[in-house]
Unconditional design. Structure first.
Length: 92
C-alpha cells in the first residue's frame, strides 16, 4: 500500500514492502558535501508489513556507512518529515 499521491508535486520514489526486503536506494553527490548541510525529506510508511526505513551516510574514502535516521513499522497513513544533518563529523 502506498500513498494516494506525492507529498508535493506529482512524483515520489516508491518501493513495495510486502515480501520484498533489503532494498537499497543510493543518492550520491558529486564532490564533498558542504559542512552543516541538511537532507530534508518526506516519507510515508503505512501498513502492517512495514519494515525499517534507514538513511545512512558514508564519508568518501571510508567503507563504513553510518545510520543517521531510522524509523520502523507502521507510521500511519500520512506523510512525515525527516531531517538529517550532513557534511559534518558523524559524532556531531
Amino acid at each position: 500500500t502506498g500513498p494516494e499521491g506525492a507529498y508535493s508535486g506529482n512524483s515520489y520514489i516508491y518501493t513495495e514492502a510486502s515480501g520484498a526486503f533489503d532494498k537499497d536506494f543510493i543518492l550520491e553527490t558529486c564532490g564533498a558535501v558542504p559542512l552543516h548541510s541538511v537532507l530534508d525529506f518526506q516519507y510515508h510508511a503505512y501498513g502492517s508489513n512495514m519494515g525499517t526505513f534507514e538513511v545512512r551516510t558514508q564519508v568518501e574514502g571510508n567503507d563504513t556507512w553510518t545510520p543517521v535516521f531510522q524509523i520502523s513499522g507502521d507510521q500511519g497513513n500520512q506523510w512525515h518529515a525527516g531531517h538529517v544533518c550532513l557534511g559534518g563529523d558523524p559524532g556531531e
